[in-house]
Design a protein around this ligand. Sequence first.
Ligand code: FAD
Length: 390
Amino acid sequence: MSHWDVIVLGAGASGLMCSATAAYQGKSVLVIDHAPKAAAKIRISGGGKCNFTNLDVSPANFICQNVHFVKSALSRYPSSAFIELVERHGLAYETRELGKLFCAERASDLIQILRTECDWAGVEFRLNTEIESVAFENGGYRLKTSQGFVTATKLVVATGALSFPKLKASGIGYRIAKQFGLNVLNTSPGLVPLSFEGKWQARFSELSGLSMDVKVTANGHAFQEAILFTHKGLSGPGILQASNYWQLGEAIEVNLLPTESVLDVLKKLKQSGQSLPKWLNQFWPKRFTQVWLEAFPMETTLSNVTDETIENYAYQLTHWKLYPSNTAGYSKAEVTLGGVDTDEVSSKTFETSKQPGLYFIGEVLDVTGHLGGFNFQWAWASGVACGLSV
Ligand SMILES: Cc1cc2nc3c(=O)[nH]c(=O)nc-3n(C[C@H](O)[C@H](O)[C@H](O)COP(=O)(O)OP(=O)(O)OC[C@H]3O[C@@H](n4cnc5c(N)ncnc54)[C@H](O)[C@@H]3O)c2cc1C
């Protein structure tokens, strides 16, 4: 049996960051993961280029029952600190819309940076290793793994959440939390496509592959980003963002012309006698205009249309209510909403208040970021704060 100052469960984004930080503080650190390779989610994220942070990170980009919880770690390790780290390693990256930073070439370049940091700091890895049980004995932690017993003074749970089970995501972090008497808030898929049934599913399927720039609102939270039509419903950044706030049975609302003063324009079209579909086609793919006008018939020219009808048209175009039948589930979700209750975790050290030497970081916590690099920034920031404190 071997003993470590710190065992980190999970060689994902937060686990690697925490391990390197703790090892640089002189701690002996072992990382255990059941996956054959570290950081599978980084590898496939951002279409293989990993949207690793955002230039403009604020607590408002996160969903957490305790809204103040994220503030400390995010301010102590801002995105500029991570950018400084990757620049030191010579990573080529690019800035995209809304301050999103991506690797210029491959997400695996970023994994290499994190692995190099771990190697320099002296972190040891046991990949392909199942965690069979965790026990608290004699003031430390004793783990039974598929490769034998290991012990540590401190245990960091960085095992992520339930999204993308095919990348070895599991609920082990929640089970460990419950074992030590911590509260786990209900979980659900987040940043996830929305599915539809019936005629809208058929219409969206017909439009599959097209995208449009719109504004989507769910539960009072609005996002002006693209949506994408799919065979089963809707996806794309605007929908993924809204999905974090959507509840089963509720509507999402879509403003199909968010950059236009629609009522004013329709009044002008009435005066000029110009064609409505022709105007819509300036903003929408033609196929969508056809499908929309089949679903919501409107006069082609507005010359003989009453003012009240014009107001109704303007309302329909900017307040399109849609009722998704469900989300596409954890298999398609980028993140998991809910998780370990942050009321029982220190926002400075990430140690739990109920169990000495037990820490939770990253997505296993009840912290979910918006789309745009915020989830990785949370992984880096919580990993560093915890790594410094263990
Ligand atoms: C398809 C996809 C794309 C994404 N794109 C982005 C993006 O571009 N930008 C962004 O900010 N966020 C993105 N995310 C979200 C981001 O990947 C996560 O929020 C982030 O990885 C969470 O870090 P973590 O360390 O908490 O967990 P993870 O990085 O998921 O790491 C958890 C680790 O724990 C290990 N583990 C799990 N269960 C066990 C077990 N039973 N025993 C041992 N080890 C275990 C896993 O193998 C894994 O290595 C994306 C997610 C997905 C699924």
